[in-house]
Ligand binder design. Structure first.
Ligand code: ZN
Length: 292
Protein backbone atom coordinates (compact mmCIF):
# COMPACT_ATOMS: atom_id res chain seq x y z
CA UNK A 1 0.00 0.00 0.00
CA UNK A 2 2.83 2.35 1.00
CA UNK A 3 4.65 1.55 -2.23
CA UNK A 4 1.50 2.29 -4.23
CA UNK A 5 1.13 5.72 -2.63
CA UNK A 6 4.78 6.46 -3.33
CA UNK A 7 4.43 5.29 -6.93
CA UNK A 8 1.30 7.39 -7.43
CA UNK A 9 3.06 10.43 -5.95
CA UNK A 10 6.06 9.96 -8.24
CA UNK A 11 3.76 9.46 -11.22
CA UNK A 12 1.85 12.67 -10.42
CA UNK A 13 5.13 14.62 -10.14
CA UNK A 14 6.40 13.25 -13.46
CA UNK A 15 3.10 14.00 -15.19
CA UNK A 16 3.00 17.57 -13.82
CA UNK A 17 6.58 18.15 -14.88
CA UNK A 18 5.82 16.83 -18.37
CA UNK A 19 2.75 19.02 -18.60
CA UNK A 20 4.75 22.05 -17.41
CA UNK A 21 7.50 21.47 -19.98
CA UNK A 22 4.94 20.80 -22.73
CA UNK A 23 2.83 23.89 -22.07
CA UNK A 24 5.95 25.95 -21.36
CA UNK A 25 7.33 25.13 -24.82
CA UNK A 26 4.10 25.67 -26.64
CA UNK A 27 2.64 28.55 -24.74
CA UNK A 28 1.45 31.01 -27.34
CA UNK A 29 2.55 34.48 -26.34
CA UNK A 30 0.34 37.35 -27.42
CA UNK A 31 3.21 39.81 -27.61
CA UNK A 32 4.42 41.42 -30.80
CA UNK A 33 7.94 42.85 -30.67
CA UNK A 34 9.52 45.49 -32.87
CA UNK A 35 13.30 45.74 -32.79
CA UNK A 36 14.95 48.83 -34.24
CA UNK A 37 18.43 47.34 -34.53
CA UNK A 38 21.31 49.77 -34.06
CA UNK A 39 23.06 49.82 -37.45
CA UNK A 40 24.58 53.29 -37.08
CA UNK A 41 23.52 55.69 -39.83
CA UNK A 42 21.01 53.47 -41.62
CA UNK A 43 18.03 51.37 -40.73
CA UNK A 44 17.07 47.80 -39.91
CA UNK A 45 13.87 46.77 -38.19
CA UNK A 46 12.92 43.28 -37.08
CA UNK A 47 9.29 42.47 -36.32
CA UNK A 48 8.40 39.23 -34.51
CA UNK A 49 4.72 38.32 -34.30
CA UNK A 50 3.16 36.47 -31.36
CA UNK A 51 3.30 33.28 -33.45
CA UNK A 52 6.98 33.87 -34.19
CA UNK A 53 6.56 34.89 -37.80
CA UNK A 54 9.19 37.41 -38.82
CA UNK A 55 9.50 40.52 -40.95
CA UNK A 56 12.85 42.19 -41.56
CA UNK A 57 12.76 45.71 -42.96
CA UNK A 58 16.20 46.70 -44.34
CA UNK A 59 19.60 45.73 -42.93
CA UNK A 60 21.73 48.89 -42.85
CA UNK A 61 24.96 49.46 -44.82
CA UNK A 62 26.86 46.42 -46.17
CA UNK A 63 29.15 45.95 -43.10
CA UNK A 64 26.09 46.05 -40.82
CA UNK A 65 24.67 42.91 -42.46
CA UNK A 66 26.79 40.76 -40.11
CA UNK A 67 25.46 42.60 -37.07
CA UNK A 68 21.86 42.14 -38.21
CA UNK A 69 22.59 38.46 -38.88
CA UNK A 70 23.98 37.98 -35.33
CA UNK A 71 20.98 39.77 -33.88
CA UNK A 72 18.59 37.43 -35.71
CA UNK A 73 20.56 34.34 -34.69
CA UNK A 74 20.61 35.53 -31.07
CA UNK A 75 16.82 35.57 -31.28
CA UNK A 76 16.89 32.03 -32.75
CA UNK A 77 15.54 33.18 -36.08
CA UNK A 78 16.50 31.13 -39.09
CA UNK A 79 13.61 31.98 -41.35
CA UNK A 80 12.33 35.37 -42.47
CA UNK A 81 8.75 35.25 -43.68
CA UNK A 82 8.88 38.69 -45.27
CA UNK A 83 12.01 40.62 -46.18
CA UNK A 84 11.45 44.24 -47.21
CA UNK A 85 14.05 46.44 -48.88
CA UNK A 86 12.35 49.83 -48.55
CA UNK A 87 14.36 51.57 -51.30
CA UNK A 88 17.68 51.06 -53.08
CA UNK A 89 19.95 53.30 -50.94
CA UNK A 90 22.92 51.46 -49.39
CA UNK A 91 22.10 52.46 -45.79
CA UNK A 92 18.97 50.30 -46.16
CA UNK A 93 19.77 47.50 -48.60
CA UNK A 94 23.56 47.20 -48.09
CA UNK A 95 23.31 44.47 -45.45
CA UNK A 96 20.51 42.54 -47.19
CA UNK A 97 22.84 40.29 -49.26
CA UNK A 98 24.28 38.88 -46.02
CA UNK A 99 20.73 38.16 -44.85
CA UNK A 100 19.59 36.57 -48.12
CA UNK A 101 22.73 34.39 -48.08
CA UNK A 102 22.26 33.16 -44.54
CA UNK A 103 18.54 32.78 -43.88
CA UNK A 104 15.58 31.02 -45.41
CA UNK A 105 13.50 33.76 -46.99
CA UNK A 106 9.85 33.21 -47.83
CA UNK A 107 9.09 36.45 -49.63
CA UNK A 108 11.00 39.57 -50.69
CA UNK A 109 9.42 42.94 -51.36
CA UNK A 110 11.16 45.92 -52.90
CA UNK A 111 9.76 48.88 -54.83
CA UNK A 112 9.65 48.66 -58.60
CA UNK A 113 12.65 50.99 -58.93
CA UNK A 114 15.94 49.66 -60.26
CA UNK A 115 19.23 51.30 -59.37
CA UNK A 116 22.67 51.03 -60.91
CA UNK A 117 24.82 50.97 -57.76
CA UNK A 118 27.17 48.01 -57.26
CA UNK A 119 25.47 47.30 -53.90
CA UNK A 120 22.04 47.10 -55.50
CA UNK A 121 23.27 44.90 -58.34
CA UNK A 122 25.01 42.57 -55.89
CA UNK A 123 21.76 42.21 -53.98
CA UNK A 124 19.85 41.35 -57.17
CA UNK A 125 22.47 38.71 -58.07
CA UNK A 126 22.29 37.24 -54.55
CA UNK A 127 18.49 37.09 -54.67
CA UNK A 128 18.60 35.44 -58.09
CA UNK A 129 21.25 32.92 -57.02
CA UNK A 130 18.93 31.78 -54.24
CA UNK A 131 16.10 31.24 -56.74
CA UNK A 132 14.05 34.01 -55.16
CA UNK A 133 12.05 36.73 -56.87
CA UNK A 134 11.11 40.23 -55.80
CA UNK A 135 7.46 41.19 -55.51
CA UNK A 136 6.78 44.92 -55.41
CA UNK A 137 3.80 45.71 -53.17
CA UNK A 138 0.78 47.29 -54.79
CA UNK A 139 -0.58 50.39 -53.10
CA UNK A 140 -3.57 49.58 -50.90
CA UNK A 141 -2.68 45.87 -50.76
CA UNK A 142 -3.68 44.29 -47.48
CA UNK A 143 -2.01 41.08 -46.35
CA UNK A 144 -3.31 38.95 -43.50
CA UNK A 145 0.20 38.21 -42.33
CA UNK A 146 -0.60 36.25 -39.19
CA UNK A 147 -3.44 35.80 -36.73
CA UNK A 148 -4.65 39.33 -35.82
CA UNK A 149 -1.72 40.85 -37.78
CA UNK A 150 -2.56 42.77 -40.92
CA UNK A 151 -0.12 44.57 -43.20
CA UNK A 152 -1.53 47.45 -45.21
CA UNK A 153 0.80 48.56 -48.00
CA UNK A 154 0.32 52.28 -48.58
CA UNK A 155 3.21 53.51 -50.71
CA UNK A 156 4.90 54.24 -52.99
CA UNK A 157 1.75 55.23 -54.80
CA UNK A 158 3.35 56.45 -58.03
CA UNK A 159 6.49 56.72 -60.13
CA UNK A 160 8.86 59.10 -58.35
CA UNK A 161 11.53 59.18 -61.06
CA UNK A 162 15.05 59.44 -59.69
CA UNK A 163 14.20 60.45 -56.11
CA UNK A 164 14.86 57.10 -54.44
CA UNK A 165 13.69 58.23 -50.98
CA UNK A 166 10.20 58.89 -52.32
CA UNK A 167 10.08 55.32 -53.64
CA UNK A 168 10.24 53.98 -50.07
CA UNK A 169 7.83 51.19 -49.28
CA UNK A 170 5.40 52.50 -46.67
CA UNK A 171 3.21 50.08 -44.76
CA UNK A 172 1.14 49.94 -41.62
CA UNK A 173 1.06 46.90 -39.37
CA UNK A 174 -2.16 46.51 -37.41
CA UNK A 175 -2.28 44.25 -34.36
CA UNK A 176 -5.71 44.23 -32.74
CA UNK A 177 -6.23 47.83 -31.50
CA UNK A 178 -2.70 49.12 -32.18
CA UNK A 179 -1.06 50.31 -35.41
CA UNK A 180 2.56 50.81 -36.40
CA UNK A 181 3.56 52.86 -39.46
CA UNK A 182 6.82 52.14 -41.29
CA UNK A 183 8.01 54.82 -43.69
CA UNK A 184 11.55 54.09 -44.95
CA UNK A 185 13.11 57.38 -46.07
CA UNK A 186 9.89 58.85 -47.45
CA UNK A 187 9.95 62.64 -47.66
CA UNK A 188 7.42 65.48 -47.76
CA UNK A 189 6.15 64.89 -51.33
CA UNK A 190 5.31 61.24 -50.64
CA UNK A 191 3.72 62.19 -47.30
CA UNK A 192 1.47 64.66 -49.13
CA UNK A 193 0.54 62.02 -51.72
CA UNK A 194 -0.38 59.55 -48.98
CA UNK A 195 -2.59 62.14 -47.28
CA UNK A 196 -4.26 62.88 -50.63
CA UNK A 197 -4.83 59.17 -51.26
CA UNK A 198 -5.86 57.74 -47.90
CA UNK A 199 -8.17 58.91 -45.18
CA UNK A 200 -6.99 59.40 -41.60
CA UNK A 201 -8.20 55.96 -40.55
CA UNK A 202 -5.77 54.36 -42.96
CA UNK A 203 -2.75 56.41 -41.90
CA UNK A 204 -3.27 56.91 -38.19
CA UNK A 205 -0.84 54.95 -36.03
CA UNK A 206 0.14 54.62 -32.39
CA UNK A 207 3.79 54.19 -33.36
CA UNK A 208 5.49 56.08 -36.19
CA UNK A 209 8.85 54.99 -37.53
CA UNK A 210 10.00 58.51 -38.38
CA UNK A 211 10.90 58.98 -42.05
CA UNK A 212 14.47 59.49 -43.28
CA UNK A 213 16.36 59.26 -39.96
CA UNK A 214 14.67 62.37 -38.54
CA UNK A 215 15.48 64.62 -41.50
CA UNK A 216 13.54 67.85 -41.78
CA UNK A 217 12.61 66.80 -45.33
CA UNK A 218 10.18 64.35 -43.67
CA UNK A 219 7.63 64.29 -40.85
CA UNK A 220 5.86 67.53 -41.72
CA UNK A 221 3.51 68.91 -39.07
CA UNK A 222 0.59 68.09 -41.33
CA UNK A 223 1.67 64.46 -41.66
CA UNK A 224 2.33 64.19 -37.93
CA UNK A 225 -1.16 65.55 -37.17
CA UNK A 226 -2.66 63.12 -39.68
CA UNK A 227 -0.89 60.07 -38.22
CA UNK A 228 -1.24 61.19 -34.58
CA UNK A 229 1.39 58.87 -33.03
CA UNK A 230 2.13 58.43 -29.33
CA UNK A 231 5.55 56.91 -29.94
CA UNK A 232 8.24 57.77 -32.51
CA UNK A 233 11.15 55.55 -33.50
CA UNK A 234 14.20 57.16 -35.13
CA UNK A 235 17.08 55.12 -36.55
CA UNK A 236 20.37 56.96 -37.06
CA UNK A 237 24.06 57.02 -36.18
CA UNK A 238 25.57 59.42 -33.67
CA UNK A 239 27.61 62.28 -35.18
CA UNK A 240 26.29 61.52 -38.65
CA UNK A 241 27.31 63.92 -41.44
CA UNK A 242 23.69 64.96 -42.11
CA UNK A 243 23.06 66.32 -38.60
CA UNK A 244 20.14 63.91 -38.23
CA UNK A 245 17.85 64.16 -36.43
CA UNK A 246 17.05 67.72 -37.42
CA UNK A 247 15.95 69.80 -34.46
CA UNK A 248 12.76 70.93 -36.23
CA UNK A 249 11.56 67.31 -36.32
CA UNK A 250 12.39 66.71 -32.65
CA UNK A 251 10.57 69.95 -31.73
CA UNK A 252 7.52 68.93 -33.76
CA UNK A 253 7.43 65.51 -32.07
CA UNK A 254 7.90 66.97 -28.59
CA UNK A 255 5.25 69.63 -29.09
CA UNK A 256 2.88 66.87 -30.17
CA UNK A 257 3.68 64.96 -26.93
CA UNK A 258 5.22 62.02 -28.75
CA UNK A 259 7.59 59.73 -26.84
CA UNK A 260 10.87 59.41 -28.77
CA UNK A 261 13.23 56.45 -29.04
CA UNK A 262 16.55 56.90 -30.90
CA UNK A 263 19.21 54.37 -31.84
CA UNK A 264 22.00 57.00 -31.75
CA UNK A 265 21.37 57.52 -28.03
CA UNK A 266 19.94 54.15 -26.99
CA UNK A 267 21.46 51.61 -29.40
CA UNK A 268 18.96 48.89 -30.29
CA UNK A 269 15.44 49.85 -29.22
CA UNK A 270 12.74 47.22 -28.63
CA UNK A 271 9.07 47.93 -28.14
CA UNK A 272 6.31 45.45 -27.38
CA UNK A 273 2.56 45.28 -27.82
CA UNK A 274 -0.21 42.87 -26.93
CA UNK A 275 -2.55 44.69 -29.29
CA UNK A 276 -4.06 46.72 -26.43
CA UNK A 277 -1.04 48.53 -25.01
CA UNK A 278 2.49 49.38 -26.08
CA UNK A 279 5.54 49.29 -23.82
CA UNK A 280 9.30 49.13 -23.73
CA UNK A 281 11.88 48.25 -21.12
CA UNK A 282 13.76 51.34 -22.25
CA UNK A 283 12.88 54.89 -21.29
CA UNK A 284 12.03 57.32 -24.10
CA UNK A 285 14.78 59.94 -24.56
CA UNK A 286 12.35 62.80 -23.89
CA UNK A 287 10.36 61.35 -20.98
CA UNK A 288 11.12 59.66 -17.73
CA UNK A 289 8.08 57.41 -17.75
CA UNK A 290 7.49 54.19 -19.65
CA UNK A 291 4.70 54.35 -22.26
CA UNK A 292 1.70 52.16 -21.57
ZN1 ZN B 1 18.34 56.12 -45.19
Amino acid sequence: MKINIKLTAILVIILSLALFVFTGCNRASDVLSIHMIDVGQGESILIITPNNKTILVDAGETPQGKKVKSYLLKHRINKINLLIGTHPHTDHIGGLSEIVNNFEIEKIMMPQKPHTSATFEKLLTTIESKGLTISPPQPNDIIEFDKDIKLHFLGPIKDYGENLNLWSIVFRLDYKNKSFLFTGDMEREAEMDLMDTYNKNNLSANVLKVGHHGSNASTTQQFLDYVGPEVALISLGSNNPYNHPHKEVITRLEESDVLIYRTDLQQTVVIFSDGESIWSHQIPVNKKNIPK
